[in-house]
Design a protein around this ligand. Sequence first.
Ligand code: ITT
Length: 201
Amino acid sequence: MANQTTIVVATNNLGKLKEFKLLLPNFNIVSQSSLGIVPEEELGETFFENSLQKARVANTASGKTSLGDDSGLIVPALNNLPGLRSARYAHESATDDENRQYLKNELEKLKLNQAKAYFVCVLVLVRDSADPFPLIATGIFEGSVKTTIRGENGFGYDPMFYPKDSDFSLGEMDKNEKALLSHRGKAIQILKNKIQKLSSE
Ligand code: ITT
């Protein structure tokens, strides 16, 4: 552990935190809440802005390399909602379950029992406070959302998201299976390649 680089993950979402621990086994992953870091309100109009803001707030408070993750679910049939509002779709302090029910209702209002959808994840790694070149990595995960909510695994919209060509929801998939396919898994892979490239230069 002594030689591992510490990364402060700028999230209060326990589902994301667990995935980062799985996806970054060679780093010492520390949550911002364990350091008493309080996030700022997300005011950005893009995933990029919000992710950079999260990483900078955590970096300024901790003085350590910090990783922001802004992510969400986009459903083109619903005018790209929940999108940036994914965590707060049903209302400002919504639970995952309330957001899923709200999405189900929105689909049912359009008489749809499924619709194409994709998850996006934008990661920003700020290495120090004067870092003029934060590392950025994005990932997309294509599939459908269905009104059939199945499985207990994962978090957020996982039990109603069915990856392309899959009969199983992410809620029914093992965490390792999701990690291989997911928006976050893909973005982390890109980020790891960038970190490796920089450290070998
Ligand atoms: P932090 O800001 O503290 O990281 P958050 O949950 O508010 O936590 P976001 O603003 O990035 O984070 O919102 C992302 C929401 O998108 C999240 O709450 C889920 O509802 C959804 N989401 C993102 N990635 C997901 C995934 O892998 N599986 C299911 N839902 C996901």
